[in-house]
Design a protein around this ligand. Sequence first.
Ligand code: SF4
Length: 366
Amino acid sequence: MELYYFHEQCDDGKKDSEQGSASNVRVVYYTPDYQVVLTRRCAYVCGYCNFTNTPSPLPASRKQFRQWLRTASRLGARQVTLTAGEGITGQPEIVSTTRYYGFEGWYDYICCLCRLVLEHNGREPLYPQIDIGSIPFADLLKMRPYSPLIKLMTHSADDSLQDKPAHAKAPHKTFRQRLAALEDAGQVGMRVATGIMIGIGENPDSWTRAAEAVSKSHHRHGNIEHFIIKPFQPMRFSAMGNLPPASDEALLSAIRAVRDHLDTRIPLVADLQDRLHLVPAAMNEGMDDLGDLRIGSTEHINFDLPSALDAVKQSTTKAGIQICERKLPVSRTPCRKSVLPGACPNGYDNGQGKLALSPASGNICL
Ligand code: SF4
């Protein structure tokens, strides 16, 4: 397998490996993310999600979308996540809106939005992440040139959830079907952020089963960007909105269990958006990366995040941990050349020459 390593730089310009060896400082990265909710329509009802119980916007026009990109840039985002429900391609509102905008269908519309993100001429380059569930094989092929990363959570390896509130009305969330979607992405050669949600009624044994299955997929295709552990957080207007959130202890034991069974080449991400105080403990259990930290979305701006992050940075510095912003659309995962981001296999220039692939080293450089 031909492997490439991507190096990040912290504010002082040293590569993370240099940073760590020089001063024993452990470095952990996060990606400032702006979420664009394209529609809250969904053909299914997961117990932990409120999409189908809340009003949905119409999918955005190009003009509206460009305005959101400007907002994302002003907020300091690096990544724009395009979010929508699943199984909606045939819904009348989606069909008529996308045709009105001049597209053949939903996935052509998504391709266009990804291109707009890459072409956005803001302060810093932006890159898209698609979070719209499983995507048909033919449409994955169309998207590959424009999408460095798709997010496709397996959610859980425990299929008993199909009889519990979490997935009773989400027949598409069996583990077999989610792995099949991962396999399609692997065959197309798209980088995938995947993972599980914990605290939704699953058996803890399923955490390691998911880690092992994803490791096998990475061994076959070399395209897993990172494995995310997302703790359950009750959402208003969802079927599980009255249940308690996953405990910090459960999250830490899930991190430990998954790290023990996950391919060591796959970075482990814990979603600590609302639990930043856990950074040192999560790193001690095996967390490698903070993944996406949502600085805002088309529905609200997270005004508290910058100050919360500053406070955590100060406290973690004392513990020998440096929290840095990720500037690239990919992490340090060793990956096959064939799954380099489609948008930048030979260098991607957003008009300011800020992102380029170095042919000599195979690294993406800013
Ligand atoms: S499939 Fe996704 S969008 Fe639809 S209800 Fe489940 S989690 Fe929400």
